[in-house]
Design a protein around this ligand. Structure first.
Ligand SMILES: *Cc1c(COP(=O)(O)O)cnc(C)c1O
Length: 386
């Protein structure tokens, strides 16, 4: 083991900055106090920027999946027909939640590792003999590292049927992508704390437009904790219906202050630069990438080692020798791919150590020197943008 300091490069959770940690270490306050009202008010409002939302963003004290579930049980009625786009493990999760409550779920399957084709989705909807109430998709499908063209689909859906709701799971990319709910015709945009925003796990976000809010308020599906009309009533009073994760709310404010200071545009741009540098380095190390450049996520990259033995060696040695944690595949990509996260507080130098470690591991494993190959490719990309 060379380095004891752990390096977390999974596509969630992600490292939490000292600045956010410090804010979260401030003394606990009562959740029915004016202290908390100030914290909550700042958080609900500040998040509008990162979600491209016209309305204050709701915060649930539960993980990202709760926001996925809330987006369904507050929008849909028992008999509604909906379309769920499934392009990976998180699409499957949306499908499973939908099928828990509703029986008219139309699944649009996309080959794992590819982005949906907007025209194909529209044709699929046109060929269903029922009115479709809502379409659900991931923004970044974290399990395959694809970034879907959600804005393109949003605009196309609006042209197809003005009344249709478009719900986007942005858990693994909000904070690293340019999104504007109005421009992109998104009605509900959900996310979680522990991915591109670099907060600890445990809170989730729901951004919505006026139309979606009205639907939440009229919805009849049975629910209690996830009733968004209750959360909205509390939000208006700078509060929450139940005891919130006060610590994480403080974290949101520290994150947003920092993002505003750096400029969200710059934060987003840096994610894309690091993505390009990582992809170039992995290619130079003769590792195949699962996803085409055109639809590659700015937050996570999936790569395919030469064989299962090489895959295991990379994952194990990164951890054993360098204390670097990356992720494996999910679903049927388990054992086929590895995934490296490059979002939130991951610097070029953190990623360089990952690439350098890979060079050493692969040099030994393949019995041919790869020293400098990946790191050079990485630096070549960054030198043009610094
Ligand atoms: C991580 C993730 C989720 C689930 O979030 P949890 O916090 O684990 O419940 C949902 N969707 C996507 C795209 C994710 O990456």
């Amino acid at each position: 083991m060379y380095f004891n300091h752990p390096t977390l490069l999974t596509p969630g959770p992600t490292p939490v900055t000292a600045q956010i940690q410090a804010e979260m270490n401030l003394p606990m306050v009562g959740h029915r106090s004016s202290d908390f009202e100030m914290i909550a008010k700042e958080a609900f409002q500040a998040l509008k920027v990162v979600f491209g939302s016209q309305h204050d963003v709701m915060i649930l004290s539960s993980s990202g999946t709760s926001a996925l579930e809330a987006s369904m049980v507050n929008l849909l009625e028992a008999e509604d027909h909906i379309v769920v786009i499934v392009s990976g493990a998180f699409g499957n999760r949306f499908k499973q939640i939908a099928q828990t409550y509703y029986s008219n779920v139309h699944v649009f399957d996309v080959t794992w590792g590819e982005a949906f084709d907007t025209k194909a989705v529209i044709d699929f909807i046109k060929n269903i003999n029922h009115r479709i109430k809502a379409v659900f998709t991931q923004f970044c499908e974290t399990s395959t590292a694809v970034l879907h063209p959600v804005a393109e689909l949003g605009v196309a859906l609006k042209q197809l049927d003005d009344a249709l709701f478009y719900v986007v799971d942005g858990v693994s990319c909000i904070g690293a992508v340019d999104v504007d709910m109005q421009r992109d015709a998104i009605d509900v945009l959900v996310s979680g704390s522990q991915k591109a925003m670099g907060l600890p796990p445990g809170i989730a976000f729901v951004a919505y437009n006026e139309r979606a809010l009205r639907a939440f308020q009229q919805n009849q599906t049975p629910k209690f904790y996830l009733d968004l009309s209750k959360h909205y009533e509390s939000l208006k009073a700078s509060s929450t219906p139940y005891t919130p994760n006060i610590t994480a709310f403080r974290g949101v404010n520290a994150y947003m202050r920092n993002a505003n200071e750096l400029g969200l545009k710059n934060v987003i741009q840096q994610h894309y630069q690091l993505r390009d540098a990582v992809r170039s380095a992995l290619k130079a190390l003769d590792l195949d990438l699962l996803v085409n450049d055109a639809v590659a996520s700015p937050t996570v990259t999936a790569f395919i080692p030469k064989n299962k033995e090489e895959l295991q060696t990379i994952k194990n040695e990164l951890k054993a020798q360098f204390n670097i944690t990356i992720a494996g595949g999910q679903g049927y990509l388990k054992g086929q791919i590895l995934r490296v996260g490059h979002m939130a507080d991951v610097s070029p130098f953190t990623l360089l150590s990952f690439i350098a470690a890979l060079e050493l591991i692969l040099t030994k494993h393949r019995q041919t020197s790869l020293v400098g190959k990946g790191t050079t490719a990485f630096m070549e990309v960054l030198k043009d943008v610094i």
